[in-house]
Design a protein around this ligand. Structure first.
Ligand SMILES: [Zn+2]
Length: 397
C-alpha cells in the first residue's frame, strides 16, 4: 500500500516520511488509534516505503554500474513508487523482509496458534479490507466468537525471524497488529525491541493502548492516530468508491472518523435508516400507555424489520441512530444541528422535546451495548426486542 492510498492522516504521513528521509526513524514505532483510523494501512505504507527500491535507488535499471549507489544518489521520495519489484511484493504481503504477527487461535490440538498458520487468510483479508477490525479478522479465520491472541509460540517465532539476515531489502520489518493481544508472554521480546539487529524495525498497531503491555509500550515511539477527518473520508468515498457528493458527505459525518465504518455504510441500505428510526422511536415513545399485549405485538413487528436487515445493516443502523441521537441532544439543548436537513431535521426536532441529557446518555449506552452484542453474533431478535422495550421506558419516564 502506498501512503497516498491511506485515507487522510496527512500530518502523520508527512512526519513519517520526513523522519525516514532524514534517517531518524525509530526502531520501534507504535501506532495507536481507534478502529478505522488506519493503523494497519499506515503500517503497510510505511513498510512498503522502507523497502521500495526506487527510494533506496537499488533497482538494477537506475542503479550505478555496480548496483550500489553512492550516498549522494539517494532519491528523496514522499511515497513508495508502487511499481518496483519490492513494492509489488510488499503490496501482496509476500515481501520476505516484512513479517506479520496478528491474533490467532489454535486450529486443532496440533496447532501452535501462530500467525504463519494463517498467512494465506491474512493476505486475503488485508487485500480485501485493510481497515478490518479484530472481530472481522477472527471471523475470516472461522474463529467465531473467540478473541484470539499473540501467544508465546508466536513471540519465539518473531525472535527467530528477526535473527535471520534480511533477504532482499536493507530493512527487516516486523509488523505486530493488535499488539494489545500480546500478554505477559510478550516480555520475551523486550531485549529484542530495545536492542534490535541493525536496520530492524518493529511496527506495532494497537486500538486500545491502555491494554497494551506497558513494558513493550515504554520501549516504543508512540504515534497517536486521530479520527480521520470528515473531508478526507468524503473525498475518498467520492473519488475511490464513486459515491455521489451528498451521500459521501452524510456517510463521512455518520462514520465519525472511522473509515471502516464509512466503507460499510456505503454498502448498506442507509437511505432506509431514517424511516425505520422514525418508526422505531415514535412507536417506542407512544407504546407504554397501551396495553402490554399490544405493546409486545408492535415491538415484535418492528423487531422483524431489524431481523430482515441482516447483521451489517443492523450495525450500521445502530451507528446511524447514535449519530442522530447526538444531534437530537444538541437540538434539545437549543444548540441547533448543522448536520441534519429536511425530514431528518423535522424528526430530530420532534424527538428533542421528549429527551434530556440523562435520557440521551442512557439511550446512547444501550445503542453501544446492542452494537457490541450484534458484532459478537448475538440473536438480533432478542437484542432489538430488549433494546426497544428499554427505549419505551426511557421515552416515557
Ligand atoms: Zn517501489
Amino acid at each position: 500500500m502506498k501512503f497516498e492510498e491511506v485515507v487522510g492522516q496527512d500530518d502523520i504521513k508527512s512526519k513519517l516520511v520526513a523522519q525516514i528521509n532524514s534517517g531518524k526513524i525509530s526502531h520501534a514505532v507504535l501506532f495507536a488509534g481507534n478502529e478505522g483510523t488506519g493503523g494497519l494501512p499506515i503500517a503497510l505504507a510505511l513498510s512498503q516505503f522502507l523497502v521500495c527500491e526506487k527510494r533506496n535507488n537499488t533497482a538494477a535499471s537506475d542503479g550505478g554500474l555496480f548496483g550500489a549507489p553512492a550516498p549522494e544518489e539517494q532519491i528523496v521520495l514522499n511515497d513508495s513508487c508502487g511499481i518496483c519489484p519490492a513494492c509489488l511484493k510488499a503490496q501482496k504481503l509476500i515481501h520476505p523482509d516484512i513479517h506479520f504477527t496478528f491474533p490467532a487461535i489454535k486450529k486443532d490440538t496440533n496447532s501452535a496458534g501462530i500467525s504463519s498458520e494463517y498467512i494465506t487468510e491474512w493476505r486475503q483479508a488485508v487485500a480485501h479490507f485493510p481497515y478490518m477490525n479484530q472481530n472481522e479478522w477472527m471471523q475470516s479465520i472461522n474463529a467465531e466468537n473467540k478473541q484470539g491472541n499473540i501467544n508465546v509460540g508466536e513471540c519465539k517465532e518473531i525472535i527467530r525471524q528477526i535473527s535471520l539476515k534480511s533477504f532482499e531489502s536493507a530493512y527487516k520489518i516486523q509488523i505486530v497488529w493488535m499488539a494489545e493481544t500480546l500478554k505477559e508472554t510478550g516480555n520475551v521480546l523486550l531485549k529484542l525491541i530495545e536492542e534490535p539487529p541493525v536496520n530492524t524495525i518493529f511496527i506495532f498497531v494497537v486500538e486500545q493502548i491502555d491494554l497494551m503491555l506497558t513494558t513493550v509500550l515504554s520501549r516504543t515511539q508512540i504515534i497517536k492516530l486521530p479520527p480521520v477527518s470528515v473531508n478526507a473520508i468524503e473525498n475518498y468515498l467520492q473519488s475511490e468508491k464513486n459515491i455521489v457528493a451528498k451521500d459521501a458527505n452524510k456517510i463521512a459525518r455518520v462514520a465519525d472518523g472511522n473509515v471502516r465504518m464509512a466503507l460499510q455504510l456505503t454498502e448498506l441500505q442507509t437511505n432506509e435508516f431514517q424511516g425505520i428510526l422514525q418508526q422505531w422511536f415514535s412507536t417506542s415513545a407512544r407504546l407504554l400507555g397501551s396495553a402490554k399485549a399490544e405493546a409486545s405485538v408492535t415491538l415484535g413487528q418492528i423487531t422483524e424489520v431489524f431481523q430482515k436487515m441482516g447483521r451489517e445493516n443492523q450495525k450500521g443502523f445502530l451507528l446511524y441512530a447514535g449519530w442522530i441521537l447526538r444531534e437530537i441532544l444538541m437540538i434539545s439543548q437549543n444548540l441547533g444541528s448543522e448536520k441534519l436537513q429536511d425530514a431528518e431535521l423535522d424528526f430530530a426536532t420532534k424527538v428533542a422535546t421528549k429527551i434530556n441529557v440523562e435520557k440521551a446518555k442512557e439511550i446512547n449506552m444501550l445503542l453501544n451495548q446492542a452494537s457490541y452484542h450484534i458484532e459478537r453474533n448475538s440473536n438480533p431478535k432478542i437484542t432489538f426486542f430488549s433494546l426497544s422495550f428499554k427505549l419505551c421506558h426511557i421515552f416515557n419516564a
